[in-house]
Every structure is written in C-alpha cells, then in structure tokens.
Ligand binder design. Structure first.
Ligand SMILES: NC(=O)c1ccc[n+]([C@@H]2O[C@H](COP(=O)([O-])OP(=O)(O)OC[C@H]3O[C@@H](n4cnc5c(N)ncnc54)[C@H](OP(=O)(O)O)[C@@H]3O)[C@@H](O)[C@H]2O)c1
Length: 326
C-alpha cells in the first residue's frame, strides 16, 4: 500500500511517500480493517516529527492519528461491518496510509451527511473539545467560552461545539485579521486579537470576564487568561503551541475562586473504558442533525503530507487540515 513515512526526526519535511505492507491485527486478535479515504493532521504530528511529543514512535513511522474510510472487514460481533463508512482513531501514528487495522472500539460510524474529508477531521479535535467542555470543564448553559488559537483545529472545533453544549457566547482569540475571518466562519460570536486580549474582553463583557477559557496555546498569555475568568471560572489546559509551558501562582486561584484544569483526553479515554463510545453517542446525533456543523478542512493530497504537517508548525494552517489518501 501507499503510505507516508517519517524516516528521521528532522521535522515535517522529512515525510516521504513509500510502498509498505498492509497492517494486520496482532496474533489472536480480530480487528477492523479500513480502506482509508482521508487522514487528519493535528499539531502532535508536527511535534512527533521532531521527537518533541510525549509519545515517541519507533522510526520509521507512519504519521497521523485519525482516518475516515470504508470498512473492508470486521469481527462478526463488531458494531461496524464491511461497507460501512467510518471515522477511526489510530492514536497517534499509522493514519496516513491506504489501509489501517484497529480494535473495534476505536471505529465509529460516520453520519451520511459527513464527507470522508470532514470525517477525517472530526474525532481527534471534537472528542478532545468534548472532554474539555463537558467532562473536565463542566460547561453550564448560558456560560461564555473564550478560546485561544481559535482559527486552529482545536479552536474551530471549540467554536463549532460550544453552542451545542450550552455556551451563549464564544470569544475567539486569534493573531491576525485573516484568522479572525476563519474564527467567525466557524461560529465565533466575538473575535479579539491575541495582543491585549484581556482588556478587549473586559470591554466586550462590560467589565465582566468569561466562565471558561479553552487554552491550546499556553505561553505568556496564561496569567492574563486567569485574570479574564469570572469567579467560579475554569481555565482548561489543552496544549502549548506557543512553546512555553506556563506556571501558575496558585494565589490567583484562591483570590478569585478560579480553577486551572488539565485536559488530557487520550489519558482520560485510556483510564475510562467505554468513554470514546459515550462521547461519540453524544456527538454523532449532533452532526447527523446538523446541530453541529462538520469541519470544512483544508485538503492536501497524500503526496503533499509534508506541507500539510508543516503548515501547523509554521502557524499558517487554518481550521482543520486533512490529507486525501484515495
Ligand atoms: N490535551 C489534549 O488531549 C489534546 C488533544 C489534541 C490536541 N492537543 C493540543 O492542542 C494544541 C492545538 O492543536 P491544533 O491541532 O489545534 O493546532 P493548530 O491547528 O496548529 O492550532 C494551534 C493554534 O495555536 C496558535 N499558536 C500560537 N502560537 C503558535 C506557534 N508558535 N506555533 C503554532 N501555532 C501557534 C495559532 O493561532 P494564532 O496564530 O491565532 O495564535 C494556531 O492556530 C496542540 O498543542 C496539541 O498538542 C491536546
């Protein structure tokens, strides 16, 4: 089969198109085999290509954490069968290939109204954001959500999902006017620039703050994010695209009665059997009914996987990025 290989840890541009054997299930296990149509790209793909992610893959490896495609074969008792259109999690490598083989609990039926390109861009971000807003962040109806890196993958996912989970207002924080348009298209009710966002939010909110901050960026805006919270507010720590891992002076939590909350979706799913299926049971009807729009990804052909991954590292990516495989 055709697949992308990362042969050395020199960054995204080391990615090359290769011919490799199709994957098979480990001995004694019956897995779902999927003919892949598209694979999602996420920030960890860029980090992994430099050996900077917490999960270290053995070289050479096939990048990518999620796919959409058609089931070729499945165990008789699985919830999916040959011919089903599905999205699936390879977590955290293996996706950019014509075929994947996975345990059935990481495969989810796609609603008919979701294309393969969009389907390859749903699970990784939307389930992380579901974990952030619903499980860890306790988002309540009528609350205001602010999201950093709002034109990125996690950002646009937050803007699409937060209203369906009860948010009355979503404030997008972005670094440029071009990204402001992307955030508005994803549903932001307000957009502010990263520079000076704290004061801009105070003005927007008539002196008040926000209830929830979704933070995939970290770095030097962390303290201002804490200052932007209302009493009882939650700052959800999702990632560190800004590079630096911030530290918290915990007196700020005490003085203002706010929480800094870790969101490690993969680790949560790993320690809560059945969690992914519960998440999909909540998300799938929202996608099928159109209550939550599917992502509209930027699509690259498989041959340009290196450029697709590099666009996240170079901060030029907008929305979700996907590579088409067939
Ligand atoms: N905790 C979890 O379970 C979990 C799950 C999935 C992903 N994540 C993490 O979430 C983060 C976001 O992932 P993503 O796929 O949404 O990434 P993405 O699409 O590249 O978006 C990240 C955003 O971060 C902002 N940013 C600020 N400084 C940056 C810099 N130096 N380089 C690149 N971007 C920068 C950019 O927005 P502006 O230019 O507007 O500032 C960009 O749009 C990553 O750290 C990822 O590892 C965590």
């Amino acid at each position: 089969m055709r697949a992308i290989h990362i042969p050395r840890l020199d960054g995204p541009h080391a990615a090359e198109l290769v011919e490799v054997d199709e994957p098979t299930a480990p001995d004694g296990q019956d897995w779902v085999v999927i003919d892949v149509h598209a694979a999602g790209v996420a920030f960890p793909d860029a980090l992994q290509s430099r050996g900077l992610y917490q999960h270290k893959a053995e070289l050479p490896y096939i990048p990518g954490a999620e796919v959409a495609g058609v089931v070729r074969s499945a165990p008789a008792d699985a919830h999916v069968q040959a011919g089903d259109r599905v999205a699936a999690l390879t977590m955290l490598t293996g996706a950019m290939a014509e075929v994947v083989a996975l345990p059935a609990d990481r495969v989810f039926k796609l609603p008919d109204n979701v294309s393969f390109e969009a389907g390859a861009g749903i699970l990784f971000n939307d389930l992380t954001v579901h974990c952030a807003l619903r499980t860890r962040g306790r988002l309540a109806s009528g609350e205001t959500v602010l999201v950093h890196g709002a034109a990125g993958g996690i950002g646009t996912s937050t803007l699409r999902l937060a209203p369906a989970f009860g948010a009355r207002r979503t404030i997008a924080v972005v670094s440029s006017e071009a990204k402001a348009d992307v955030a508005r298209d994803a549903g932001a009710t307000h957009v502010v620039l990263a520079d000076g966002f704290k004061d801009a939010v105070r003005e927007l909110m008539d002196g008040r703050g926000v209830d929830v901050v979704v933070d995939p960026v970290g770095g030097d805006r962390f303290t201002d994010s804490l200052r932007t919270l209302n009493p009882g507010g939650r700052l959800l720590v999702v990632g560190f695209t800004g590079g630096d891992i911030p530290t918290v002076k915990v007196n700020r939590l005490l003085l203002n009665n706010v929480d800094a909350v870790g969101v490690g979706w993969g680790a949560w799913a790993g320690t809560h059997p059945g969690y992914l299926a519960e998440q999909w049971a909540e998300l799938e009807p929202l996608l099928a009914s159109g209550a939550v729009s599917a992502p509209e990804p930027v699509v690259y052909p498989l041959e340009r996987a290196a450029d697709a991954i590099a666009s996240l590292e170079e901060r030029t990516a907008t929305g979700k990025v996907v590579v088409t495989v067939r």
